[in-house]
Ligand binder design. Structure first.
Ligand code: NAD
Ligand code: UGA
Length: 459
């Protein structure tokens, strides 16, 4: 079959894989290839056991893989053949040198840009899909045009807004698709080509265009606003616990204001995930770079309060269990950074586990999808840790359960049975407020929700 165009995506991760699967699914006239330097990951994408768990992804990939969706580790060949190249490599926080712990580590996209430059012999549209610092497109242009050949490149910014666990739905029905371009003739032509691809399934009024720097910045600002909203609601949880107010009732009342809206107001142990913290810190770093100290401090406080919230959760457990956790057996319900994903990057569970082990807890971890990643995250940590998938078995002989991830299955468990097999007094710390607290209290548990007064059987 002859395809209208060859699309390539460099980086077969949580974004590259699902995003390209959706484009290939909706646009059979395009050939879509996804490449990665990690040959093992590509092998998994070509197998029955995909490298990431995302509801609905398996079905789509299995339908179109080999039709117009291909996974390969021959990066150079794929670059040569492609007309449109999405760059979806990782952009973690730097863990060395200038900008340590704050700035984005740009070595991955830079290598990619140089490789594209060295291999290309025809015009290509390069699409920034990863989340990059503002002005990355300019740096990319400089690298791409720094050779002697006269191959022309047009750079677009097309940030991804999907959330893990709902990626397929987010990609199929996006709130918006944002495309930033240079306002030159070739920049606008490139932009139109990308609009044409998305128009295969996204209504035109949801495809938004802007200048390239606005597009890059909008992605960072969106994540900053979302994270700030969680921090805002979380910042009132300690207040509620002390005053007798209930954070769920407060969130409902606040969210009914149509200017604020009800979403993203679930109080928690703090946000996790690979992006919120890194993107805010990157924004903070950029603000400092431009001398905007007050703005940098303002946004940095979102991350600080988030860290405080995680710390607070462990201190609540310590305080509730008579100020000593040493030798007690504690079961974490969930390890993923949110439900419906196996991803544990920056999961609050990692911090909580480390702290609990410091307190000499015997830790049992259960999660339906994230146990392999959990083992990897806690590798080398000295202490007693076991990993048990069945929550009944995991919680048996434990003194306490801490709900860390809001997996639906945890709200449907038989807690009478769980209580019977636990050490008494038995405690539940519901870091996600997904359980029926009154009912647990009636069963006999001492219950510590987030942002609500505790229910205990002690005087
Ligand atoms: P990821 O780590 O899952 O995937 C990145 C992939 O890029 C890896 O498989 C890595 O091997 C590959 N890679 C790195 N350098 C390469 C190179 N030179 N050539 C070929 N492959 C290379 O990361 P991710 O979660 O998919 O995130 C990618 C980007 O998208 C980040 O900038 C992130 O901020 C952004 N983003 C992520 C999400 C999300 O939910 N995970 C959502 C929106 C945006
Ligand atoms: C987030 C954004 O929602 C996406 O739009 C964005 O594309 C993505 O980051 C990114 O750039 O990587 P994601 O991190 O996958 O997506 O998941 P979210 O649903 O945003 O959850 C992030 C964290 O916040 C999770 O730990 C979640 O449990 C927590 N959260 C979320 C709360 O504590 N309360 C809420 O009300 C919502």
């Amino acid at each position: 079959m002859t395809f209208r165009k060859n699309i390539l995506c460099i980086g077969a991760g949580y974004v590259g894989g699902p995003t390209m699967a959706m484009i290939a699914y909706k646009c059979p006239q395009y050939k879509v290839t996804v490449v990665d330097i990690d040959a093992e990951r590509i092998k998994q994408w070509n197998s029955d056991d995909l490298p990431i768990y995302e509801p609905g992804l398996d079905e789509i990939v299995k339908k179109i893989r080999g039709r117009n969706l291909f996974f390969s580790d021959d990066i150079e060949k794929a670059i040569r053949e492609a007309e449109i190249i999405f760059v979806s490599v990782n952009t973690p926080v730097k863990n060395y040198g200038v900008g340590l712990g704050m700035a984005a580590d740009l070595q991955y996209w830079e290598k990619t840009a140089r490789q594209i430059r060295d291999v290309s012999d025809s015009h290509k549209i390069i699409v920034e899909k990863s989340t990059f610092p503002v002005k990355t497109a300019q740096a990319m242009e400089r690298i791409l045009t720094s050779n002697s050949s006269h191959v022309q490149f047009d750079i677009l910014s097309n940030p991804e807004f999907l959330a893990e666990g709902t990626a397929i739905k987010d990609l199929e029905y996006p709130d918006r698709v944002l495309i930033g371009s240079r306002m030159t003739e070739s920049g606008l032509k490139a932009r139109d080509e990308l609009v044409e691809i998305y128009a295969n399934w996204v209504p035109m009024e949801r495809i938004v265009t802007s200048n390239i720097w606005s597009s890059e910045l909008s992605k960072l600002v969106s994540n900053a606003f979302l994270a700030q909203r969680i921090t805002s609601i979380n910042s009132f949880t300690a207040f509620c616990e002390k005053s007798g107010a209930d954070i769920t009732e407060v969130a409902r009342a606040v969210g009914m204001d149509s200017r604020l809206g009800p979403k993203f107001l679930n109080a928690s142990i703090g946000f996790g995930g690979s992006c919120f913290k890194k993107d805010i810190l990157n924004l903070v770093y950029l603000c400092r770079y431009y001398g905007l100290v007050e703005i940098a401090d303002y946004w940095e406080s979102v991350v600080r309060i988030n860290d405080y919230q995680m710390r607070r959760f462990v201190l609540t457990m310590l305080g509730a269990m008579f100020n000593t956790l040493a030798g007690k057996r504690l079961c974490l319900f969930g390890f993923a950074f949110k439900a419906n994903t196996g991803d544990t990057r920056e999961s609050p569970a990692i911090y909580i586990s480390r702290r609990l082990i410091e307190e000499k807890v015997e830790l049992v971890i259960t999660d339906p999808k994230a146990l392999a990643n959990a083992m990897n995250d806690l590798k080398g940590l000295e202490g007693k840790i076991s990993y048990i998938e069945d929550p009944y078995e995991a919680s048996a002989n434990c003194d306490a359960i801490a709900v860390v991830t809001e997996w639906e299955l945890y709200s449907n468990l038989d807690f009478k049975k769980i209580y019977k097999n636990m050490v008494k007094p038995a405690f539940i710390f519901d870091g996600r407020n997904i359980l029926d607290h009154e009912k647990l209290f009636e069963i006999g548990f001492n219950v510590f929700p987030i942002g609500k007064p505790a229910l205990t059987h002690f005087e």
